[in-house]
Ligand binder design. Structure first.
Ligand code: PMP
Length: 455
């Protein structure tokens, strides 16, 4: 149902979208009967309904209405090599033929763990979990066990999974109280600091009760608000001095910004690190890795000494381990990351040229295998190189622009390109030809959005 308040142009775009995607619309009608919001992940909500995908390969995915899309979701960041790359596909098929769950230890988990410890500077030991959310949950438990302190410092706009200990201050207005069902005590145990604000961190650490400082090491939401130079080094020094642990949540950055993640790229060593996404090669899986004396709290102790209990049916599942080994061994030399970074830079450049040409005051930015759209620029970019958002206050960078992002997303889908409306992930599958096709589609979509009065 269209809201009467919507401008006619948005309604027109909705109508074109609905006309092109009847099978997706029908599936959504069924989904609404059984799923809250009709979806299975909050970020997959879409107006007037999401697209339903049938298969994917390389840079592409195909929907139930027979349309092909260039994909910039890349499995929420899990797919650095694109969809179903041959070496991962074969590893998973081979493993499938030998069984999916042994209820026992297996060789693949050892090899997978060895890859993590080989590639990640802080990883003296590692523990696998079933997701990134579980990994950050475990990292907090370890930090509290090790320091015997309770509070945790996190940053506004940084996301660390949905468990109640860290689902605090992720969205504007950041300082809201507990979400429904979340305990007040959980929120109170978090000292929320503005991103890149060292004075605020110092003030929080001064209380002496902080177990850990956790952050996304390139900035919240994979650098939507980029980390400022020197901030990680400063955090390292401050936490060491205060007796608090430093945790890098490398669920997105891990193995993506460099084979050893952001800690290798920036040369700053955290005490603990969390991983998921690329770690498991496109299958479910997570891990916490770091100092052996901290992970020792998972070791069985002498009689009478407590440990952190950590079962988990799908920890180091053989299928995920097989995909993870295939992925980590394929990206260990850094060539894949370098190529994906270069392709992303080319896309950002081309998109900003289009925005400059069309005189649309948005800006495309990003630093790694990503591109992000800032919809609130004061002036159109001057040329493709005009990608800086350094002058933009962090709250504006992190704010949502639902009308523009939804319109652009719909317009791009109609041109055969799918991204989440704000941020995009790039993989080695995004070849020069795919980029040329993307830029042509982007130019047409920007013009369409402009014609509809939404840019
Ligand atoms: N941390 C970060 C930085 C993330 O981006 C995410 C997921 N987007 C998570 C943690 C949670 O990971 P998962 O979805 O595997 O639970």
């Amino acid at each position: 149902m269209q809201s009467r308040m919507q401008p006619l142009s948005a309604v027109e775009l909705d109508a074109a979208y609905a006309k092109a995607l009847p099978n997706s619309q029908q599936l959504f009608a069924r989904a609404q009967q059984i799923f809250p919001d009709g979806v299975t992940h909050d970020n997959r909500r879409m107006q007037p309904f999401p697209i339903y995908i049938e298969r994917a390969e390389g840079a592409y995915k195909w929907d139930v209405d027979g349309h092909r899309y260039i994909d910039y979701w890349m499995g929420h960041g899990a797919l650095l090599l694109g969809h179903s790359p041959p070496q991962i596909r074969q590893a998973v098929i081979d493993q499938m033929q030998r069984g999916t769950h042994y209820g026992a230890s297996h060789a693949q988990e050892v090899e997978w763990g060895e890859w993590v410890c080989r590639l990640v500077p802080c990883a003296e030991m590692v523990r696998f979990t079933a997701s990134g959310t579980e990994a950050t949950h475990m990292a907090l438990r370890l930090a509290r066990a090790y320091t015997e302190k309770r509070r945790v410092v996190k940053f506004a706009g940084h996301f660390h999974g949905w468990h109640e200990g860290l689902e605090v201050g992720v969205q504007p207005p950041y300082n809201a109280g507990p979400e429904p069902g979340q305990m007040q005590e959980a929120v109170e145990a978090v000292a929320l600091c503005p991103p890149n604000d060292l004075a605020a961190v110092r003030a929080a650490l001064a209380a002496g009760d902080v177990a850990a400082v956790i952050l996304e090491p390139t900035g919240g939401h994979f650098g939507t608000v980029p980390i400022t130079a020197g901030f990680l080094e400063a955090l390292r020094a401050e936490t060491s001095q205060a007796g608090a642990l430093l945790i890098f949540d490398e669920v997105v950055t891990g193995f993506r910004v460099a084979p050893g993640g952001a800690q290798a790229l920036f040369g700053v060593m955290p005490d603990l690190s969390t991983f998921a996404k690329v770690l498991a090669g496109g299958l479910p899986g997570g891990a916490v890795a770091g100092r052996a004396d901290i992970l020792a709290f998972l070791d069985t102790k002498a009689a009478g000494q407590a440990k952190i209990h950590h079962p988990g049916t799908f920890n180091a599942n053989p299928l995920s381990a097989a995909a993870g080994v295939a992925m980590l061994s394929a990206v260990a030399d850094g060539e894949a990351q370098q190529f994906a970074n270069g392709q992303a830079a080319m896309l950002r450049h081309g998109m900003n040229e289009i925005l400059a040409r069309e005189k649309v005051a948005w800006r495309v930015y990003g630093k790694h295998s990503d591109w992000k759209l800032y919809y609130g620029a004061d002036a159109p970019p001057r040329d493709g190189n005009d990608q800086s958002v350094d002058d933009v206050p962090w709250q504006r960078l992190d704010s949502r622009h639902p009308q523009q992002s939804s319109a652009l997303r719909q317009a791009l889908i109609l041109k055969g390109i799918d991204f989440n409306g704000g941020r995009a992930l790039v993989g080695t599958c995004h070849t020069d030809a795919v980029i040329a096709e993307t830029l042509a589609g982007f130019a047409a979509a920007v013009r369409a959005v402009k014609e509809h009065g939404l840019a």
